[in-house]
Design a protein around this ligand. Structure first.
Ligand code: FES
Ligand code: FE
Length: 423
């Protein structure tokens, strides 16, 4: 039986609907979307509790019985590899009196044992105790609550919904394009957690454009054509130059048997993007000097394979190069606080000190990350002002941000440009 709605939820929904009516297309959201506890509650219910959330990498749990926990929409979730090698996800809540079962972030077990009264579950979530006589309940009805899970070439996504939205197209595209990168045969070389004092949408919006890059990311922009592409949109005389670079790179990717493509989410209308982009001339990977920072990953025989960028709304992005990958997982904690986990991955057989060093592996993205958090925190402070009014987005350099917001409003409020026109 569904839990009855709290009386305040009805008022909250009405408040949210009123805020949505204030939204003006091609502008950021009104301030309350970034600051209000009521909006955050709606985000939890309609986005995080329903949508596909990146949980972690499959290479973190290589063997049957390996597990990790993560927090999604306030719920602790156990992600494990079962005895058949399949990945499963369960709510970390005992079916007896609700105790948390796995109390740490990672572990290995042949069974999951609740610390309270030692109810024991196998790796498929089945309760192994015979509760029929003593409790009067068949143990078949007391399995751990499962969550939907998909493993896209080593990226694990979890949905807490009973009936999640379709993930099939994203799953097929990411699985195909990411496969050569060998993410299942990777390992985390470094993990860092940032507590970013900004709303999760501000953090995600910032990821969806590079208009801010020239002013903030002098290290990052040396390696990619993001800024040159933006400039070509502003100055059509440069378009031929960028198209020629892209075509040459795509021809090389094709010759290597790799998927090409440079399609942004606002062009496809999708909640994800997954495309390979060229690196600047002289760069064979996304490092400060363009030189390799680790041994080759996956199926690659050479370094310069561009960078495969994957973004999945609402909490994940990853840049995958030939020799390393860097991922970000967002966990929204409060209206003005987002936990961002940064993960640097290399081949599982790469040896620190021999094949890679953290001194050369980390700086490009650790620097870029910290620059991003600073500007996100500044934006959070600014949108919290009583005098903040949403300003216009660039039609050339910020359409992906507008697309992300339209996705957000469609998922939370059924908003579409057509529905606005009909108001
Ligand atoms: Fe888990 Fe009692 S709450 S065994
Ligand atoms: Fe940035």
């Amino acid at each position: 039986m569904p839990t009855p709605m709290s009386p305040s939820a009805t008022a909250r929904d009405a408040y949210f609907d009123a805020l949505v009516r204030e939204y003006q297309p091609n502008r950021p959201l009104p301030g309350a979307f970034y600051t209000s506890a009521d909006v955050f509650a709606v985000d939890v219910e309609r986005i995080f509790r329903r949508w596909w959330m990146f949980a972690g990498h499959a290479c973190a749990i290589p063997k049957p019985g390996d597990w990790f926990t993560c927090t999604i929409a306030g719920d602790s979730i156990i992600v494990l590899r079962d005895q058949h090698g399949d990945i499963r996800a369960f709510f970390n809540t005992c079916r007896h009196r609700g105790s948390r079962i796995c109390g740490t972030e990672t572990g290995h077990a042949t069974h999951l044992v609740c610390p309270y009264h030692r109810w024991t579950y196998d790796l498929s979530g089945r309760l192994m105790a015979n509760t029929a006589a003593e409790f009067g309940v068949d143990p078949a009805g007391l399995s751990l609550h499962p969550a939907h899970v998909r493993n896209a070439a080593g990226l694990i996504f979890v949905s807490l919904a009973e009936q999640p939205p379709s993930f099939d197209e994203a799953f097929a595209t990411i699985s195909r394009k990411l496969a050569p990168h060998g993410m299942e045969r990777a390992k985390a070389a470094h993990i860092v957690e940032y507590r970013v004092k900004a709303n999760w949408k501000i953090v995600f919006e910032n990821n969806r454009e590079c208009y801010h890059c020239p002013a903030n990311h002098k290290e990052y922009i040396r390696s990619t054509y993001d800024v040159a592409r933006d400039e070509a949109r502003l100055d059509p005389r440069r378009q031929a130059e960028i198209e020629a670079i892209t075509e040459r790179a795509n021809a090389r990717f094709r010759a290597l048997g790799l998927d090409e493509g440079d399609v942004s989410s606002n062009m496809t209308g999708a909640f994800y993007r997954c495309h390979r982009t060229p690196l600047m001339e002289g760069f064979v990977t996304q490092s400060l000097d363009g030189k390799p920072v680790s041994s080759l990953m996956g199926d690659f025989k050479q370094h310069d394979v561009g960078t495969l960028r994957i973004t999945v709304f609402p909490n994940f992005w990853q840049h995958s190069n030939s020799d390393h990958a860097v991922a970000a997982r967002l966990t929204p904690l409060a209206p003005d606080l987002t936990l961002v986990r940064g993960i640097w991955l290399v081949d599982k057989d790469a040896v620190e000190g021999k094949d890679y060093t953290l001194e050369t592996l980390l700086p490009l993205w650790s620097t870029t990350n910290e620059q991003d958090w600073t500007i996100c925190e500044n934006q959070q402070l600014g949108v919290s002002s009583s005098r903040y009014r949403p300003g216009p987005y660039s039609k050339l350099r910020e359409p992906n941000v507008a697309h992300f917001l339209e996705w957000y409003l469609r998922e939370t409020a059924g908003w579409t440009p057509a529905s606005r026109a009909a108001e």
